[in-house]
Design a protein around this ligand. Sequence first.
Ligand code: GLN
Length: 550
Amino acid sequence: MATKYIFITGGVTSSLGKGIICASLGRLLVARGLRVTIQKLDPYINVDPGTMNPYEHGEVYVTEDGAETDLDLGHYERFLDIKTSQENNVTTGRVYNDVINKERQGAYLGKTVQVIPHITDEIKSHVLNLGKSGDYDVVITEIGGTVGDIESLPYIEAVRQLRQEVGRHNTLSAHLTLVPFLSAARELKTKPTQHSVKTLLESGLQPDIIVARSEHPLDQSIRKKIALFCNVEIEDVIASLDAPTIYQVPLLMQDEGLDRRVIKKLNLKGGEPDLEKWKGFVEAVRNPSSEIKIALVGKYVEHHDAYKSIVEAFIHAGAVNDCKVNVKWVHSDTITAEDVEAKLHDVAGILVAPGFGGRGIDGKLAAVNYARTREIPFFGLCLGMQCAVIEYARNVCGWDDASSTEFDASTRHPVIDLMEDQKQIEDKGGTMRLGLYDCEVKQGTNTYRAYGKELIRERHRHRYEVNNNLRYKLVENGMTLAGFNPDRDLVEIIELKDHPWFVGVQFHPELCSTVNNPQPLFVDFVKASLEHGKKNDLAVPVNGQKAAVN
Ligand code: GLN
């Protein structure tokens, strides 16, 4: 079977949840036994989102191969249970960078290098490369941004050409638009959809399917109108209504027949979708027995997208524990030793978030101290783990000025530091440890119990490490170094023995949690928090009511 290509564009407003629609369609096709991958083409000039401010762009999602990518790839992995890579996220910056490099190397044999054909060819090759790998029956490509914007044009043109080249019957174009409800007129309006499709048509792209985002159900007459003016069959108008949880969207899309239409149009072979496990998960998310609050202490908490994968990992882990985790967003900039009690007294667990730079460190240290001394389950991720080491070095080992050289270059006790080999590379730039690394876990630890195995592999995105020259002091004072990277003898996990659950990890376990494979440490942390919550009256039973889902 030749690989089929599905292109998903968006109109009117970019925040319509295109990523979730793509991931949901992907899930439905996977549930039919098809091999699917999803790719995101982003029309901005940054080569990747690695250097973008989380306020701007949300979380930077890191793939196994160490690519710093758009957070939509996280949704793809969580929904489809697949691994993505650099090839699944291409930006305009990367496309131009590659084309210019080729031009400098003489690859275009002196030709004038232009948007068409050179930029569009480069875009097409990124789409086709995934198809050519032979690994997939279907490649779904999400075109970021909004149709009609200047920066989207080369992408739409590339899609138009691809449809010609690989054959209409091997490709499908779906367009996501908004059908707003005007309360004054008490009417759903199809004009924005008509206009957005018109803009697509101006670029030579006829959508085969319209996915209409709406706050109200679309009746037959609205569907008919959209079908008539957008040149599609009425069955190809798919309503996408607000859902109580994003994980319900695949089921809503199935009810609307999205996957059936796609299968039919692309002549795909695939059985009836097996969604039993998925439905069980959604049921568990919507009907938990109890609720707990877990604090997420970080400096970007006003912008929840900055911690997307953490929030989703809590939903997966909550479902396993029959419990809803309500994240209490706690700003690390404002929390102090004086008000930490007031801010954290009602939480059953404390997670200190990853991050870069010195802002908010004192607040994070206060949160770690509170969790450690009050025996509240604690989970430190990357910078959160480094803070746990600093707090221990200061308050248990007696090194008052212990710190990380990331934010205190002159400390006499740099318990977190760049390693010697990194210091030399530092002069030349990039030193980030990115992507999958091995970690050997010590038996008898919470982490070992959670994973049930000794060798684990997790994703990284950081520069600084626990200082190997000073780590003896932590051990002398009772901290357990529970996991090491065997190749470079780097500390990956720290734990405390005389504490119900205190784990810090140098890696990012949140990135690999999926619906079908919830991340073991998150599952265990939620379990420990639930136990702590039940003992201390911090867990609320949900008496058969459906929990509000975020
Ligand atoms: N800033 C720290 C480092 O670079 C931690 C990074 C992170 O939390 N991802 O090591």
